[in-house]
Design a protein around this ligand. Structure first.
Ligand SMILES: Cc1cc2nc3c(=O)[nH]c(=O)nc-3n(C[C@H](O)[C@H](O)[C@H](O)COP(=O)(O)OP(=O)(O)OC[C@H]3O[C@@H](n4cnc5c(N)ncnc54)[C@H](O)[C@@H]3O)c2cc1C
Length: 317
């Protein structure tokens, strides 16, 4: 089965989550020969040995900044060239915008935000995805014979693949007749991985009380090499930026470790972090709902517990 992977790069480097998408494609395709990647822009070095035989690129100035109309046109062209029977991408902001449009254009079926695939070499039946704010895991199957599309939640596929011929094929794609024009992309200043890709996250809630108090979370994050997240209440109060918000109206994360500090565990917050592998909650209220999903719970004042945690971690890490 021929599978196209929509690959995202940042600063010329393939995103870790796109490597996971390639690994997911291998579950369906069985070999690098049946996996092609589409990257808009110049493919970074990491892509040459990432398990794909063919790398489609589009290198036009109009495609430099993300424009969903142009990117849909590019993906459609790559599907046609490769005669792809399935397309895999990431459940990232870009994937969320691109894939529904692409599925409609190709008249295919789309399963978004899967955490595992129901697939074997040559067959792609469907996938498992969290629903109702992560309260259930639904098994969703494709119907009919159309092209199959899926976006994969970052950090869900634990394997990565290497090898592949990595032959670059430049696609000639007409610029879309778009009413949208991306003028500028402003990058965040943090040198830490984005929340959606981070292996470790430590988040703070409303109980931090001020932006300044987030420094105890930042200090612990530095020791843990973690990215800092926040609840919506902390964001609304101006203690943290919206890019740090985890949850239903923020980012969906699935790290190896999620530490929630002074976060109550509202359903909208849990919708964004429930599939984290290990959850640690620090809360002064033993009845806080966050403890219902936590693997480890610390009932304590975070202003006492977090500095102690940072100190102890510094000693052992
Ligand atoms: C449509 C909609 C979408 C939403 N989307 C999101 C979303 O994406 N993300 C999100 O997070 N929320 C979202 N919310 C808001 C959500 O319902 C909660 O209001 C929010 O998550 C609460 O944030 P919090 O846990 O920081 O604050 P609170 O609910 O106020 O909880 C604070 C917690 O801190 C504990 N605490 C207080 N002092 C200390 C201390 N010194 N030490 C330790 N613990 C302490 C308290 O016991 C309490 O459990 C959404 C709501 C709606 C209606």
């Amino acid at each position: 089965m021929k599978v196209l992977v929509f690959v995202e790069q940042r600063d010329g480097k393939i995103k870790t989550s796109s490597r996971e998408a390639i690994a997911a494609a291998h579950q369906i395709a069985g070999s690098s020969a049946n996996v092609a990647a589409l990257v808009v822009g110049t493919p970074g070095d990491g892509l040459k040995d990432a398990g794909v035989d063919t790398i489609f690129t589009v290198n036009k100035p109009e495609f430099k900044l993300f424009n969903v109309m142009n990117y849909t046109a590019a993906a459609q062209k790559a599907v046609e060239e490769f005669k792809a029977e399935a397309v895999i991408g990431m459940a990232s902001p870009m994937g969320r915008e691109l894939f529904p449009r692409l599925a409609a254009r190709l008249n295919g079926g789309l399963i978004t935000d899967v955490t595992s695939l129901q697939a074997s070499s040559g067959s792609f039946k469907g996938g498992t995805k969290p629903m109702y704010a992560g309260k259930v895991l639904a098994q969703v199957e494709f119907k009919g014979s159309g092209i199959k599309l899926a976006t994969v939640r970052p950090n869900s596929i634990q394997t990565t693949v290497t090898g592949g011929a990595g032959n670059v094929v430049e696609l000639a794609v007409a610029t879309a007749d778009s009413k949208l024009k991306t003028l500028e992309v402003k990058k965040g200043s943090s040198d830490k991985p984005d929340l959606t890709e981070a292996a470790r996250i430590i988040s703070g809630g409303r109980s931090l009380g001020s932006a300044d108090n987030f420094k105890i979370i930042n200090e612990c994050a530095d020791v843990l090499n973690a990215t800092v997240g926040a609840s919506r209440a902390a964001v609304d109060a101006g203690y943290a930026s919206h890019t740090m918000q985890v949850g239903q109206t923020g980012k969906t994360v699935s790290p190896q470790l999620y530490v929630a500090c002074g976060i109550s565990g509202a359903i909208q917050h849990m919708a964004g972090m429930r599939t984290s592998k290990v959850i640690v909650a620090i809360n002064s209220d033993p009845e806080a709902p966050i403890f219902s999903v936590a693997d480890y719970g610390i009932v304590a004042d975070l202003f006492e517990a977090v500095p102690i945690l940072s100190k102890k971690l510094k000693e052992i890490l």
